[in-house]
Every structure is written in structure tokens, then in C-alpha cells.
Ligand binder design. Structure first.
Ligand code: FAD
Length: 507
């Protein structure tokens, strides 16, 4: 094989960290190949609480570096992708017998002041005898604190990073599993299995980035052939989704008696998202699922606060994911560091960069830090560039969402207003590419259920690597909450028939 066919960087894993690194590296001029064994964001990166946050709770564990970096990222990421990231305010009721008010105030003071806040408003104290946020709560709270953080559509953040990386020249392969990686002289020889047809592709690369999240040790043990690897601690976290418990646009931050906290967040217009939990996990991350104990825990914890209890039988959806936390030897899962650790392993040959830990919030900074390590071994190729560059569809002002919806409605008057809002929230200015020359609802093609039309499904297959109904219903959109089982099956059938024609065009 000639030298020209050797990639600079091979990335294992299409979660937020792999895709963020691919985008940054491709933008600097490195040739990049990324392999994801399932769908983009099918691992931990679609199972988060979806907050762009400093992590108020991490201050208790003295994670000042992480909290500061995360807080600084809130506004950077909002500007980068105002369609999928936006500010959210959190109401933290003060409850007698839990953390004292002075401690909460101190934490929030730090939160307000160490993170370079410019656009986000400061923390304030609420009188819960009169504030509207007290309406759905039990009448137990005299006072609350309201502070700002951000909301992110986590799965779309991953896909948009992959899309941008591909637009800048990266090769992005999904359903492509790394089965072996061996050093061969000054480079790596990697075998990638195509899970659609079982074929093996051989790829050569000067460096590998192992961004396999909860599978990072598994990749080292099985593909790279290392013995006795124990770098990450796997910690399961689950969420429940119930019909909307409150009308307020603000979210709630509830403290529990065990010292943990949960969030109750307005979700997909008609729902409330409640989570999360923290429990050690040992099995294959692919099999993670909510346990009965977690369901009880979340219902009980939320019911301590809401006047109308959260009942098991009203749960419409649950999801679970596994945090790949760097194993710092902490005794409790909730105490393990949330910070990321990068380790370069050269063993006298081609380098391997392992990514341990990391949060959605810090993915861009993690990518920059990884690129520093890569530059050390491959030589520099361009400067950091991602802090000011928008993601696909995000080229409008941070507060310009409603204007963007009005503009889209202006260009496509037949669009239902709710659908126009949804399309701008998911695709931003790229909604126009999706709608193309459509002049009427009929031009959007077959309707699969709710407001999901063929035009959107085709867009997702052609531009965003969607291959199955799950990819569309649970990661690119959350239409899974609205479609019936039969409608989802019909969509899957349609996509299977279309896949051969359209998936190739995504690269
Ligand atoms: P992943 O997203 O898991 O990606 C790794 C990918 O590697 C997977 O898609 C997998 O399929 C692929 N892969 C594995 N092996 C192979 C192979 N052999 N070949 C090819 N591909 C392979 N962070 C925040 O900032 N805010 C939050 O609110 C937040 N909430 C969270 C709540 C929970 C319950 C959890 C679990 C995490 C939360 N996080 C949050 C943290 C954040 O979600 C994770 O740190 C982040 O998603 C990890 O991304 P990753 O790319 O490292 O891993």
C-alpha cells in the first residue's frame, strides 16, 4: 500500500468525543478516518441528562478546573449551535435539613463568577410564596435559588460534529467495528468489520485515537491486545420520561436525602425528563437498562417535591447509559472524577491516544487537548479553530431562534407552525435543505406518523448516516415518543429498502 493511503488519524468511536476530535482534526488539515460500530451517538452520548453545565455538585468534590472549563464552554457552545443548544434556568428549592442555604449561596456565587459568564443572567433568590415555579411543588419551600445553565440535544451535537468533520474531508463510517489494531513499522494496520455485510476493510494510520467511551478498555484488550487493562470505572445512569408535570419553562434541581441530586426538566414540549442515578456497572454497556430500583428511586425522589406524585405507571419512556469515568479509586460512584484524562502510549512505535472520561459539555476542549497531544507526535497542522465556528445549521444569532422560525415559515408558508419550530430546533438553517423545493405538505412525501415525513427521513439518510428507524426515531429526532410500534416498523421497512441507494451518498 502506498504512503498516500495512510491516514494521519484513525478514531475508534463515534460518540461526542470521537466526533469532536474528528471535526477539530479535519479542520486543521489532518486526514481522518472514524469508525463507529453502531450508530453515531448510540453509546453514552445520547443517554446523558443533556445539560451544558458547570456541574454545581462537582464543586463539593473540589473539581474547580472541570467546573470552570465547563462554565466557560456554556456560551461558546451556545454560539456554535443555537439551534440545538440554548440557555435554561434551574430552580433549586431550599429544603430544611439538607445542604444549608449559605453553602448553596457560596456554590452559586462561584458558579456566577468563575466561568466567564457574559450573556447568561446571574443567579437570583426566589420567594417561593409568590414565584410561579412553586406552583407544581408541595407548599414546603419558602425560598429557592434560580441559576442559569444550558440545554443540549446531545445526539444531534454528535451528528453535527460528524457532518462537519465529513464536510472538511474526514471519512466517517458507521456500523463499522474495529476488530483489530496492530503496529506495523511506523504506522497502524487496523481491521474494520462492516456490520452490514461482514466484510473486513484494512485501514492504515499513523496514529489511533481510542475514543470508545465505556468500551475504551475493551478496545485495548480485544483489538489492541493489551492485558490487564482497568482505566475506567463504569457507572450507570438512568432517566424516566413522564407526561408534563409543570408548565414553567424552567427546570428543577432537587436535592435528595442521600446527598445526591436529580433534575426535572421540560422535555419535548409535552413531557418531563427526570434523572439521573449513579450506580456501578459491570456488564457490556450495550445491555444497560433501567432497573426497578432506579425507577422507584427516581419516582420517590421527584415525589418528595412535586405536589402530584410521580407514578411508575405514567412513565412513557426510560433510557440508561454508562459513564466511562476515569478510575481514580473513589469509593462511591457519585464521587468518581468527572474530569477527562488523556494518555499517549507509543511503546516505541506508532502512537495510541486513549481518552478516559469527559463530559458532553467539555467535548470541544477535550478535542483541543487531544489535538495538542497529536501535534506533539505528528507535527503541527493549523491552529485551534473551533471556538468561533458554527456547527451545520447553527449560523444564526444565539437569541435568533424565533426569527429563524419566522423566516422558515416565510419561505414555506404551508408548514405547520409546530413543525417549523421542530425543524429549526433540529436542523437550524439546514431545514431549508431538508425542505428543498417543497410547495405543499404533499411535496414532503409519505407521512410515517405524527409530523414525520419522507423528506426528513431521506435527509437523515443522505446527510446524517441514519440507517434504521431507531436512528431516526430516538437519536436524530425524538419522534419515537409519538409514533406507534406499527408506524415505527413501517418506517424501518421503508429505510431498509432505501438504504442501499442512499447511505453511500452521505460520505
Ligand atoms: P460514547 O458516546 O459512548 O461513544 C463511544 C462510541 O464508541 C460508542 O458509540 C461505541 O459504539 C463506539 N465503539 C466502541 N467500541 C468500538 C469498536 N470496537 N469499533 C468502533 N466503535 C466502537 N455530560 C454532560 O456534559 N452533561 C450532562 O448532562 C451529562 N449527563 C450524563 C448523564 C448520564 C446518565 C451519563 C451516563 C453521562 C452523562 N454525561 C453528561 C457525560 C457524557 O454523556 C459522556 O461523558 C459522553 O457522552 C461520553 O462520550 P464518549 O464519546 O466518550 O462515549
Amino acid at each position: 500500500m502506498d504512503q498516500a493511503a495512510i491516514h494521519d488519524i484513525f478514531i475508534v468511536g463515534g460518540g461526542i468525543n470521537g466526533c469532536g476530535i474528528a471535526r477539530d482534526a479535519a479542520g486543521r488539515g489532518y486526514s481522518v478516518y472514524l469508525a463507529e460500530m453502531n450508530d453515531l451517538a448510540s453509546g453514552t452520548s445520547s443517554g446523558s441528562t443533556k445539560l451544558i453545565h458547570g456541574g454545581l455538585r462537582y464543586l463539593e468534590y473540589y473539581e474547580f478546573r472541570l467546573v470552570r472549563e465547563s462554565l466557560m464552554e456554556r456560551e461558546v457552545l451556545w454560539r456554535m449551535a443555537p439551534h440545538i443548544i440554548w440557555p435554561m434556568r434551574f430552580v433549586l428549592p431550599y429544603a430544611d435539613g439538607l445542604r444549608p442555604a449559605w453553602l448553596l449561596r457560596l456554590g452559586l456565587f462561584l458558579y456566577d463568577h468563575i466561568g466567564g459568564r457574559k450573556l447568561l443572567p446571574a443567579t437570583k433568590t426566589l420567594n417561593m410564596r409568590s414565584d410561579a415555579s412553586s406552583k407544581p411543588l408541595k407548599p414546603l419551600f419558602a425560598k429557592a435559588f434560580e441559576y442559569p445553565d444550558g440545554w443540549v440535544n446531545d445526539a444531534r451535537l454528535v451528528v453535527l460534529n460528524a457532518r462537519d468533520a465529513a464536510d472538511r474531508g474526514a471519512v466517517i463510517r458507521t456500523r463499522a467495528k474495529v476488530v483489530s489494531a496492530r503496529r506495523d513499522g511506523d504506522h497502524w494496520l487496523i481491521e474494520v468489520e462492516d456490520l452490514h455485510n461482514g466484510g473486513i476493510e484494512q485501514v492504515r494510520s499513523r496514529l489511533i485515537v481510542n475514543a470508545a467511551g465505556p468500551w475504551v478498555d475493551h478496545v485495548l484488550a480485544t483489538a489492541v491486545g493489551q492485558n490487564d487493562v482497568h482505566n475506567v470505572r463504569l457507572v450507570q445512569g438512568s432517566h424516566i420520561v413522564v407526561p408534563r408535570k409543570f408548565d414553567d419553562l424552567r427546570a428543577y434541581f432537587f436535592q435528595n436525602r442521600d446527598g445526591r441530586i436529580i433534575f426535572a426538566i421540560p422535555y419535548e414540549e409535552d413531557f418531563t425528563l427526570i434523572g439521573t442515578t449513579d450506580q456501578d456497572y459491570q456488564a457490556d454497556p450495550r445491555d444497560v437498562a433501567i432497573s426497578d430500583a432506579e425507577i422507584d428511586y427516581l419516582c420517590d425522589a421527584a415525589s418528595e417535591y412535586f405536589a402530584k406524585p410521580v407514578r411508575k405507571d405514567e412513565i412513557v419512556w426510560t433510557y440508561s447509559a454508562v459513564r466511562p469515568l476515569y478510575d481514580d479509586g473513589a469509593s462511591k460512584a457519585q464521587e468518581a472524577t468527572r474530569d477527562y484524562v488523556l494518555k499517549v502510549d507509543s511503546q516505541g512505535g506508532a502512537p495510541l491516544v486513549n481518552i478516559f472520561g469527559g463530559k458532553i459539555t467539555t467535548y470541544r476542549r477535550l478535542a483541543e487537548a487531544t489535538l495538542e497531544k497529536i501535534e506533539d507526535v505528528l507535527g503541527p497542522r493549523g491552529k485551534p479553530w473551533t471556538s468561533g465556528a458554527t456547527l451545520p445549521g447553527g449560523d444564526f444569532a444565539p437569541d435568533g431562534y424565533e426569527t429563524e422560525v419566522a423566516r422558515l415559515k416565510g419561505s414555506y408558508p404551508f408548514l405547520d407552525l409546530t413543525l417549523a419550530h421542530r425543524l429549526v430546533r433540529l436542523y437550524g438553517s439546514k431545514a431549508r435543505v431538508l425542505l428543498g423545493l417543497a410547495k405543499s405538505e404533499a411535496d414532503l412525501g409519505r407521512r410515517f406518523g405524527a409530523d414525520l415525513y419522507e423528506a426528513e427521513v431521506r435527509y437523515l439518510m443522505v446527510h446524517e448516516w441514519a440507517a434504521t428507524a431507531d436512528d431516526v426515531l430516538w437519536r436524530r429526532t425524538k419522534r419515537g415518543l409519538r409514533l406507534s410500534g406499527e408506524e415505527a416498523a413501517a418506517l424501518d421497512e421503508y429505510m431498509t429498502a432505501e438504504r442501499v441507494n442512499h447511505s453511500a451518498a452521505a460520505e
